[in-house]
Design a protein around this ligand. Structure first.
Ligand SMILES: [Zn+2]
Length: 239
């Protein structure tokens, strides 16, 4: 059966001398596709079956089995990302993260993932966009944030700061010696959680707030998700 599906290639696996298998991330999950002859110089698939190709794929579809590639129509070449080592590292990291989240959750996270990538391609700040995606993924990883109350006593009043190690908001009474963030950081963190990714068109967030949120999420991910991603370490070194 011929099937048309839109997605992004997230893995390439060599197969034999001239062929390869690609894993396409789509809103139906991951689909494995055999690309016969795609590694040979003459193949029309040589350039269109590379990792991070986003397009419309026409395949001979076999449910729960390897499908076979019929044709590819590239929909967005993601040129800005691919020409910038930092942006490319974000793409790598956010893709690896998405694949990890998919292992633990059946929720459809594809739309949020691909929309985030398009926003980065359009020039929106990759750190902010990445953090917004990370914060949304926490729910699917089973360690969602409580953005309404102090993590220690449950009080909704007098929230003083956020702390990644303690896992969220801390009120005045439960404060020990954590770093005190800007009030704006607390507010923006909540905005990250509730904003619809596709509705974001511009971002005006100060450098300090941006970094405080990133530090919080970085610590929180290390402490609560159990994920260790090489691509994230690489990104950190790069920056
Ligand atoms: Zn408290």
């Amino acid at each position: 059966m011929l099937k048309e599906i839109i997605g992004i290639i997230v893995r390439e696996i060599p197969y034999g001398e001239t062929s390869k298998i690609i894993h396409l991330l789509t809103n139906e999950g991951l689909i494995g596709i055999m690309c016969k002859g795609a590694k040979s110089l003459k193949s029309p698939f040589r350039a269109t079956t590379l990792k991070f190709t986003y397009g419309k794929f026409i395949i001979y579809y076999k449910e729960n089995k390897l499908s076979t590639l019929h044709s590819v129509d590239v929909l967005n070449p993601l040129t800005n990302i691919k020409n910038d080592i930092i942006l490319l590292s974000y793409l790598n990291y956010l893709t690896e993260l998405t694949l990890q989240v998919l292992k633990q959750s059946n929720e459809n996270i594809y739309d949020d993932y691909i929309t985030t990538i398009f926003k980065i391609e359009e020039g929106l700040d990759p750190l902010i966009m990445g953090n917004i995606l990370e914060i949304k993924y926490l729910d699917y990883l089973g360690v969602g944030l409580n953005l309404d109350a102090c993590v220690s006593c449950g009080s909704k009043a007098n929230i003083l700061t956020i702390d990644g190690d303690r896992g969220g908001y801390i009120c005045k009474n439960c404060y020990q010696n954590e770093l005190i963030v800007e009030p704006k950081t607390i507010e923006i963190l909540r905005m990250y959680y509730y904003v619809e990714i596709k509705s974001i068109s511009k971002l005006k967030i100060s450098k300090n707030v941006k970094e405080e949120i990133n530090r919080f999420l970085d610590t929180y991910y290390d402490r609560y998700t159990g994920l260790y991603l090489k691509s994230k370490n690489f990104l950190k070194k790069l920056e």
